[in-house]
Design a protein. Structure first.
Ligand SMILES: *Cc1c(COP(=O)(O)O)cnc(C)c1O
Length: 401
């Protein structure tokens, strides 16, 4: 067990500690000429998502050395993850976006293999997917790729959120599902999830919840299904620290069976969304690891990092503010840094560029304020903290000089 193994248990109060960030080296990226960096932005697909803990890497390596029947593995992994997360059933897909596609197709075809095979021809299947305009986002391409009609209700920023008659009215014959998105960035204008579930179920319509980034807290893995949501989706490659191309669908047994029918290795509309044995096993190991993580220690660790940064950086020209929860709605503090003088926007932009170009390279999060940026501890390891704080302070001094 190396230092990070202890950290992974949270017994020394460290944060993510998913990897041996020093010892693991970056040789493959060096040889490709690809820049690596300290990620103080957060868990973003375009920045590599997250880093896998040793236990996950080991599980994937082991998985890669044997032949297995994918159907059998999918069922066993699903059973294990469902038990770990207090759910009825689970299907592993190759990302949360892929999960949105598979879950929607499952709600259309159900457990009828002939209908599953018939897609993309939707005859005889429900094709309406009802969603709030306030929840529209670029991930809903994954749903709209199917032969569905996206039925939008409500309006973003409606003062009185979407009138209560609107959803029942939209749940007509031929409605496959309600798509409900949970995130820190959704607009007002949607009814609360509990109410949506109740209305949908009264009409016999399942509810798919896109909760891709709603971790931590880990309770969310069973909170939304506990409310009655039929299928709930999480990304495996964000805070779960599973393989970057993995995703979880949790929920109702019959609908999970329907997911398996439309998904790979079965031929049909879901076949391009292949999940490898390595991803299946890797996500299983990641969920197990995640369930054992000390979330309180991690929360405190993030608070400390934010407080340290504020203490070292705040001054007449620099404002550092704690922001909580973060932009995804995750319960981890982050710091917003802003240069307050009239030249602030240009200084901030220069600071971000200098951090990127520096040694080591550092990525910070984009801000809604010109010249501002975020330092997000979620994807930072303890052994990166000193250099991160030193660099941010040095760069701030440089652009203010
Ligand atoms: C990140 C995200 C997704 C996509 O997750 P992947 O695992 O990268 O496919 C979908 N929906 C929401 C709300 C997300 O935040």
């Amino acid at each position: 067990m190396g230092a990070s193994d202890g950290a992974r248990q949270g017994d020394d109060g460290m944060g993510a500690s998913a990897v041996d960030t020093v010892a693991s080296g970056t040789s493959i990226y060096d040889s490709l000429g690809v820049r690596t960096f300290i990620n103080a932005a957060g868990s973003y697909t375009r920045l590599g998502g997250s880093r896998m803990p040793r236990v996950v890497i080991d599980a994937m390596r082991d998985a890669a050395l044997h032949f297995v029947e994918i159907d059998e593995l999918q069922v066993r992994v699903g059973t294990r993850i469902a038990a770990l997360t207090h759910n009825e059933a689970c299907y592993v897909s190759c990302g949360a976006a892929a999960s949105l596609f598979v879950a929607t197709a499952a709600c259309m075809a159900g457990t009828n293999p002939a209908l599953a095979r018939q897609l993309p021809d939707p005859r005889g299947m429900p094709t309406r997917v009802v969603t709030y305009r306030a929840h529209r986002n670029p991930y809903d391409y994954a749903v709209r790729t199917l032969p569905v009609e996206l039925v939008e209700i409500g309006f973003p920023n409606e003062v009185i959120p979407a009138a209560e008659w609107e959803l029942p009215h939209a749940l007509t014959e031929g409605t496959a599902a309600v798509l409900y998105t949970v995130g820190g960035w959704t607009s007002p204008g949607a009814l609360p999830l509990e109410q949506v579930i109740e209305m949908a179920h009264r009409a016999g319509v399942p509810v798919i919840v896109d909760a891709a980034a709603q971790l931590p807290p880990r309770e969310n893995l069973w909170r939304f299904t506990g409310m009655g949501a039929d299928l709930v989706i999480f990304s495996g490659g964000k805070d779960l620290c599973g393989p970057q191309s993995s995703g979880l669908i949790l929920g109702r047994r019959d609908l999970i069976e329907a997911c398996a029918l439309v998904g790979a290795p079965h031929h049909g509309i879901g076949r391009p969304l292949k999940v490898g044995k390595e991803e299946l096993v890797g996500l299983c190991a990641a969920v197990e690891w995640y369930m054992g993580r000390d979330e309180d220690a991690r929360t405190r660790w993030a608070e400390q990092l934010v407080a340290q940064l504020a203490m070292r950086l705040s001054g007449p020209e620099i404002q550092v503010e704690r922001r909580f929860p973060n932009e995804a709605g995750q319960l981890v503090a982050r710091a917003h840094v802003r240069f307050t003088d009239p030249d602030g926007a240009a200084r901030g932009a220069r600071a971000v560029a200098l951090l990127q170009a520096g040694q080591p390279s550092i990525e910070v999060g984009a801000s809604e304020v010109a010249g501002g940026f975020y330092v997000n501890p979620m994807t930072v390891e303890q052994d990166e903290v000193d250099v991160l704080l030193d660099r941010v302070c040095a760069v701030a001094r440089e652009v203010c000089a």
